[in-house]
Design a protein around this ligand. Structure first.
Ligand code: GLA
Length: 414
């Protein structure tokens, strides 16, 4: 069943889709049969909690990856990445990891796991373009995966719920690309909702849209420091959390993940944990609590409380989880000083990338000016600052700007 939710209609998007249709014609000839958009994301609070079975509160944003595609008669997949000016070709009968064009491993991984599920895919020509900055912690890779999986779904009509689609994309990233991420990014790229954040329980995969306050803006400030170290440190953090669970299980046998440990229980048994593991566990256990409190604050319209929780999250990621960096700290601290800023914190995996801030509508210009000036003075780097709109998750772009080649398609259930 098709609902208006699946149609993304903003004028920016219409311009982008028209452009993508034109570029498709230049590269492949003919018109695309589908244009699909999947958003990047910014996480408001709940960092590194997803792989601990915990809670997260991300927003799907108006920065996205677009795919224009048409099916082929054979089993070849030809992908042209406009941003890299490169094409990659592979056969669906022999999907291998590409060491040279590593960007294509996201699409290869998605194809691999769709086929592994027994879905026989058509070959296709696809043009991919995006405006989610790469390596900035806004999940361009999840947007690439989700846009590709959905394109195949639109073109061949197989049944897969959006949650299953997100899980499949996460698997592609874990097992094909080799990045051991949690479920947050793919989930919100698939299921995000316009004007809402999404509270996700990363254990049950239940989710709840939480309306964003109209009087405040979600502002992303990019340090322009591209994430380094992130893969190895990310895996180390995961192992430290798992190590903490193993020790706590000696005293609390029902504990499966840090999600199951209350702050009171942590207080009782923290002395059993080695210092670094204790710090990591403290971040996760309190961060889960902060997510739930922050949702309650948003629902009560208490933006000041929400902002305080964001600030506490940053301090905890900096001091206990140790995934911030000088640039992120300077950016967050600069934001804390601006009148009208409710809260500000690093967002995403860390070690570079962006901060996210909740800013009163009337304070956005002050934020831009003051944060940019302080950051540039301290680092010599000009940051990029933009106000984000919360958008819907993946969808087919309204066919305003190109003729549809295929008329009957099944749409997945939410
Ligand atoms: C990356 C991962 C997510 C999540 C965040 C940290 O974005 O892809 O699964 O773990 O880091 O919250």
């Amino acid at each position: 069943m098709r609902t208006s939710n699946f149609k993304v209609q903003s004028s920016k998007l219409r311009a982008q889709s028209s452009n993508v249709g034109r570029r498709f014609a230049e590269v492949f000839g003919g018109e695309p049969a589908a244009v699909v958009r999947a958003p990047g994301r910014v996480n408001l609070i709940g960092e590194h909690t997803d792989y601990n079975d915990g809670y997260v509160l991300p927003v799907a944003i108006d920065r996205s990856v677009l795919v224009a595609a048409a099916p082929r008669d054979d089993r070849q997949v030809v992908i042209h990445a406009l941003d890299f000016g490169e094409s990659a070709t592979f056969s669906l009968d022999d999907i291998e990891h590409d060491q040279a064009k590593i960007w294509s491993n996201y699409q290869r991984g998605v194809a691999y796991f769709l086929e592994e599920r027994g879905i026989r895919l058509p070959g296709l020509n696809a043009l991919v373009v995006g405006d989610v900055p790469i390596g900035s912690g806004l999940s361009s890779s999840a947007a690439v995966e989700v846009s590709m999986a959905y394109t195949w779904q639109v073109l061949s009509g197989f049944e897969l719920s959006r949650v299953e689609l997100a899980l499949l994309c996460q698997r592609a990233e874990n097992e094909f690309v080799g990045m051991n991420c949690g479920i947050m990014d793919q989930f919100v790229s698939a299921l995000g909702q316009r004007d809402h954040a999404l509270l996700i329980d990363c254990r049950s995969l239940e989710y709840q849209p939480v309306p964003l306050p109209p009087e405040a803006a979600v502002v992303v400030a990019d340090t322009m420091k591209r994430r380094g170290l992130v893969d190895s440190e990310y895996n180390t953090r995961r192992q430290e959390c798992e190590g903490g669970v193993r020790i706590l299980q000696r005293y609390l046998p029902q504990v499966q993940a840090l999600r199951d440990v209350s702050t009171d229980q942590f207080g009782e048994y923290k002395g059993q944990l080695p210092e670094k593991v204790r710090q990591r566990c403290r971040h996760i256990i309190y961060e889960n609590e902060r997510v739930l409190k922050s949702v309650a604050a948003l629902q009560a319209g208490d933006l000041a409380a929400f902002g305080r929780l964001m600030n506490e999250s940053h301090a905890s990621l900096r001091d206990d989880y140790e995934v911030s960096c000088l640039e992120l700290d300077i950016m967050a601290e600069a934001a804390w000083k601006v009148d009208g800023v409710y809260g500000s914190r690093m967002t995403g995996a860390g070690f570079g990338g962006c901060t996210v801030s909740l800013v009163a509508e009337g304070a956005i210009e002050d934020f831009r000016a003051q944060v940019a000036a302080t950051y540039e003075e301290a680092t010599g780097i000009v940051p990029q600052i933009y106000v984000c709109r919360a958008e819907d998750g993946v969808g087919e772009v309204s066919p305003v700007n190109f003729r549809l080649g295929i008329t009957s398609r099944s749409q997945p259930e939410r």
